[in-house]
Design a protein. Structure first.
Length: 262
């Protein structure tokens, strides 16, 4: 597969992140295989997660093919880049096509990235997982690589939260591969993935070094850790309101969500 678009995009992202003064802490990048197919499954806390997760794979010299909403591929500016980087469009009305495309890519030796939660977690803790990551790994006979990203939500996330404050710490924690066999059940494998990613998230949060921007400014920290982010139950209500607003909108008025995985 020829990649003429992906390397320049990575180069541009590096420049932007350097201007932002981001401080990177990447642990476990060696778990991303240097060859062969793999499903890269990450949590989802910000609109930057696609780029951040892709950076962790550079250690192994891999380019991740992310699954993203087909609406992004139809965008006049972003669409050509998404197609040029060979990401995989997902039409939720015809999900079988995206699943088949992902399995083909995995069998061809590509790393396919996705977010099992499907949308950004506004509580910043793990939501329930879809079965897609497990089903793909089982069908293609490849491992699942669990990953946690943290810190991106302090730059740009749902709810209009954004900040260009310099020298944020971005943490990426990559876990050991979870092997998927032909006799595995997708539900059981998904539960295993969720448990492992919960462990990685707890470890990542315990190591996160950045203090609040000002006293009491803890909106980016989970409520269970003393932060003021919505609880999972409150976040579910917020997600339900967003879904209802979308369903009530006409095609012309339908809100644009910049989150390709949402």
């Amino acid at each position: 597969m020829t990649d003429r678009v992906y390397p320049p995009v990575i180069g541009l992202a590096k420049i932007v992140f350097r201007l932002l003064g981001l401080r990177w802490q990447i642990v476990g990048a060696q778990h991303i295989p240097k060859t062969g197919g793999a499903v890269l499954a990450s949590n989802h806390v910000s609109y930057l997660d696609f780029t951040l997760c892709g950076f962790a794979a550079l250690h192994s010299h891999r380019l991740v093919r992310f699954m993203a909403k087909d609406a992004v591929f139809k965008n006049r500016w972003v669409g050509p880049l998404m197609r040029g980087m060979h990401h995989i469009p997902v039409d939720r009305a015809a999900g079988a096509q995206a699943f088949a495309a992902a399995v083909r890519a995995l069998r061809a030796g590509e790393v396919v990235g996705l977010f099992p939660e499907a949308t950004i977690s506004q509580s910043f803790v793990l939501k329930s997982f879809k079965l897609g990551a497990a089903r793909m790994a089982i069908d293609a006979g490849v491992p699942i690589i669990p990953m946690i990203t943290w810190g991106g939500q302090r730059i740009l996330t749902k709810g209009g939260r954004r900040s260009l404050r310099r020298r944020r710490t971005i943490m990426i924690t990559v876990g050991e591969p979870i092997q998927a066999g032909p006799t595995d059940k997708a539900g059981t494998l998904t539960l295993q993935l969720h448990t492992r990613m919960a462990e990685l998230l707890a470890d990542t949060l315990a190591r996160y070094p950045d203090p609040p921007d000002k006293p009491g400014d803890l909106w980016w920290l989970p409520a269970e850790l003393g932060g003021t982010a919505p609880t999972p139950a409150e976040a579910a209500v917020l997600d339900g309101k967003i879904a209802n607003d979308r369903s009530m909108a006409t095609p012309r008025e339908k809100p644009v969500d910049p989150d390709p995985a949402g």
